[in-house]
Design a protein around this ligand. Structure first.
Ligand code: ZN
Length: 413
């Protein structure tokens, strides 16, 4: 009986891969990574299943999954089963969207990402804003003052690569002390323009990623460690490499040869990538490292590092302001202009960055929740299991287990 169940799961996993690749033919952003056999993607192209056909196959697979008796199975098998079920449900909803179904922001977040984004009133952001105002010099709007304050902390274009490479080297070194990195993992960085995002990790399989950095807008010093940790170690590059090595190559779970962008997996990916920043640089270690290494490399006054990060920390508390703009804009309660204004006022973005961000909303929509809600869910989950800031060893352990297993958002709460 055991083997029957595994055979069924393997068969549905194959169907899942085919369906994700099929959706990718209708939605060019959907397949974020695929490194399974090329023959399969060729076959999918040839078959070119239409949306209605994708939906009925997904429903059929889902029904088989729900009929399985999982009660006495090992946890890892249950997680796999749950993963396939949840990813298939999300895929179904994405296809409905492609057919023209309209979801509200919150319905979409639930349907695609298996998550319930919190709502914050304007007052919440006003309170944080007045705190920021209290420590920023100058007069005028908080946003304009914040922009002015940050000018000294821009990484000069010609130093960008050196600063990023230094940050990556350090994140890799620190991560390697706690996690055995897959053999031959590596990535390259490319500097690009005219994208709706500021950075992107494209995982190519075989432990290799291409990381792209958008240089349209000024890049501030905090971005170096953020990028190195979020896109690299212990973020996306490592997450993908571990899933590939452990689940796909070792267990032979084919569902991990593909990564559907608009799916619950993205909340775990973005949440662990964001939380990974403080895991790799706990407490004051980040400022210490940057003062000694990155600030001098960028030619920025290291004496101002503490003040910069004091402001930056308050700024991070405004993370959910972006969700409110996205919710308003996507629900039709705000125009693009109003959403951009809100982003300038409460997310302290420059007008240019706010415009870029509304274009991100156009393409990625409620995906925005994966960053902040994802980070909070991951943090709470890991801390509940003892991986607190005061216990860094345990925190790394729990973090490693999470990024090597098929756990999804509803499994974190
Ligand atoms: Zn990311």
């Amino acid at each position: 009986m055991m083997n029957d169940l595994i055979t069924t799961l393997n068969r549905i996993a194959e169907t899942y891969v085919k369906l994700v690749l099929s959706v990718g033919l209708h939605d060019s952003s959907y397949v974020d990574a695929y490194f399974g056999p090329i023959e399969l993607s060729e076959q999918v192209k040839k078959e070119n299943i239409q949306l209605a056909g994708i939906k009925s196959s997904a429903r059929e697979a889902f029904v088989i999954l729900t009929s399985l008796d999982m009660a006495s199975r090992e946890e890892i098998t249950k997680l796999r089963w749950q993963y396939l079920k949840t990813q298939l449900q999300s895929l179904f909803a994405r296809v409905e969207m492609l057919e023209g179904k309209k979801f509200s922001f919150d319905e979409e977040a639930r349907a695609l990402y298996d998550a319930y984004p919190p709502k914050y009133p304007e007052k919440h952001f006003q309170e944080i804003l007045s705190e920021v105002e209290g420590i920023l010099p100058g007069t005028g709007t908080v946003s304009a003052r914040y922009d002015e304050f940050k000018k000294e902390f821009i990484i000069p274009k010609e130093q960008l690569d050196a600063v990023f490479q230094r940050a990556i080297k350090e994140c890799r070194r620190r991560t390697k002390e706690h996690i055995e990195l897959p053999a031959n993992e590596s990535f390259t960085i490319e500097y690009v323009n005219n994208k709706p995002w500021s950075g992107y990790n494209w995982f190519k399989g075989g432990g290799f990623s291409l990381i792209q950095v958008n240089t349209d807008l000024p890049i501030y010093i905090d971005r170096a460690v953020d990028l190195a940790a979020h896109e690299g170690y212990p973020g996306h590059h490592l997450y993908n490499s571990l899933l590939e090595a452990n689940l796909y190559r070792k267990h032979g779970w084919v569902e991990f040869s593909v990564y559907a962008l608009f799916s619950p997996q993205s909340l775990i990916a973005e949440g662990t990538a964001n939380f990974g920043i403080e895991v790799v640089f706990p407490g004051a270690e980040r400022v210490e490292f940057e003062k000694e290494n990155l600030f001098p490399l960028a030619g920025i006054d290291a004496g101002k590092a503490e003040q910069y990060y004091k402001v930056h920390e308050l700024f991070l508390k405004l993370a959910y302001a972006g969700n409110e703009a996205a919710r308003g804009y996507l629900n039709g309660a705000m125009t693009r202009g109003q959403a951009a204004e809100w982003l300038v006022k409460y997310a302290l973005m420059s007008p240019d960055r706010a415009q870029q961000r509304t274009r991100f909303f156009d393409t990625y929509r409620s995906y925005v929740i994966n960053y902040n809600l994802g980070q909070d869910l991951v943090k709470t989950y890991i801390e509940k299991r003892g991986g607190t800031a005061g216990n860094p060893k345990k925190r790394w352990e729990e973090f490693t287990i999470l990024i090597s297993s098929p756990r999804l958002p509803s499994g974190l709460t």
